[in-house]
Design a protein around this ligand. Structure first.
Ligand SMILES: C[S@@+](CC[C@H](N)C(=O)[O-])C[C@H]1O[C@@H](n2cnc3c(N)ncnc32)[C@H](O)[C@@H]1O
Length: 317
């Protein structure tokens, strides 16, 4: 594909761990649910199918293209409200759209969607050439190319090492800094080729640029910061008995989800020994089941499902 790339031919995303996510939400026909990561609406469509006439879904996505595509696909669906927003704003958005209904469940299906990866113009993919952008919301913030043009060598190294767990982060950062001294790095393929030369090891089935691209994407979109706010907002807004379901694709994301669920399912350690726990020290969540992975059949059908991990917790009174 040439520079600038072409739009994705297929505007679809196969929902991962769909049956498990629905089961985790323990849907009630007339409940109010939040899909914090609408994407192309795969999970939302299944939730709506299971709800009755009084059921409602609030679906968010920070990507304006996801929302535009959803508005077309679900044009006749009166039970769905689609909002272009970050899930970091869940704390205010959930009550704003609740019409006094309790929130019975929040679903997070993290990471990027297939249409985002497939559209070279978004700059997420090292396989197709496009502008080095990687913003999920291109109306805010700066593209990766702008950050790489100004960040210090050590900052770049740290981002690649932390979010990409890349052993050769220093070599990659050095190569980027050397290249930008000659001319600006503006396109995905240039960066992918630069990384292929800097990274010595070859992991089976993995392009040498995989780790660096993932790291840059997570950093430029502040994915972990957003997730921290999103989980806190969900916890605050879920009604007692409401379910929190999170599907993550990266060990650092899963660690955040796991730690929050574990911490919130214990009494406050400082007050644990009191004979009667004050309300604010009681656990706010109950863990539901163990972490789940996609079945072998799903992993074979959908390679994205291979790294997916699902966790469920229930809001306590
Ligand atoms: C894996 S896809 C979701 C796919 C969706 N479940 C489906 O079945 O079509 C993740 C989506 O979450 C969105 N997203 C990621 N971080 C977000 C955030 N902080 N706030 C809102 N949306 C976010 C991305 O733009 C992307 O569209």
């Amino acid at each position: 594909m040439g520079r600038g790339g072409s739009a994705s031919q297929v505007d679809e995303h196969t929902p991962v761990l769909a049956a498990e996510a629905l089961m985790g939400l323990a849907l009630e026909a007339d409940g109010y649910y939040v899909d914090a990561t609408f994407g192309r609406g795969g999970h939302t469509a299944l939730i709506l199918q299971a709800l009755g006439r009084e059921g409602r879904v609030l679906a968010l996505d920070r990507d304006p293209q996801a929302i535009a595509s959803g508005r077309q696909r679900f044009a006749d669906e009166v039970r769905l409200t689609l909002v272009h927003a970050s899930f970091a704003e869940l704390g205010t958005l959930v009550p704003a759209h609740a019409h006094d209904r309790p929130c019975r469940g929040v679903l997070f299906d993290l990471g990027v969607s297939s249409p985002q990866l497939d559209d070279a113009r978004r700059g997420f993919s090292f396989r197709a050439d496009g502008p080095l952008d990687m913003r999920m919301d291109p109306t805010r913030g700066e593209p990766v190319s702008a950050w790489l043009a100004r960040a210090g060598l050590d900052e770049i190294r740290q981002v690649i090492a932390t979010f990409g767990e890349e052993r050769f982060a220093r070599r990659v950062a050095q190569a980027i800094v050397a290249r930008r001294g000659e001319r600006p790095l503006t396109h995905t393929r240039e960066l992918a080729e630069l990384i292929s030369r800097a990274v010595r090891t070859r992991e089976p089935g993995k392009h040498p640029a995989t780790r660096t691209f993932q790291a840059l994407r997570m950093y430029i979109n502040d994915e972990l910061g957003q997730l921290g706010h999103g989980l806190a907002g969900a916890l605050e807004r879920l009604a007692p008995g409401g379910r929190l379901v999170a599907i993550s694709f990266h060990s650092l994301e899963d660690r955040l989800v796991k730690h929050l669920m574990q911490r919130e399912s214990q009494p406050d350690p400082a007050l644990r020994s009191l004979p009667l726990l004050p309300a604010h020290a009681r656990p706010r969540l109950k863990l539901i089941g163990r972490k789940q992975r996609a079945s072998a059949a799903e992993r074979q059908r959908n390679p994205r499902a291979r790294s997916a991990l699902l966790r469920v917790a229930e809001r306590l009174p």
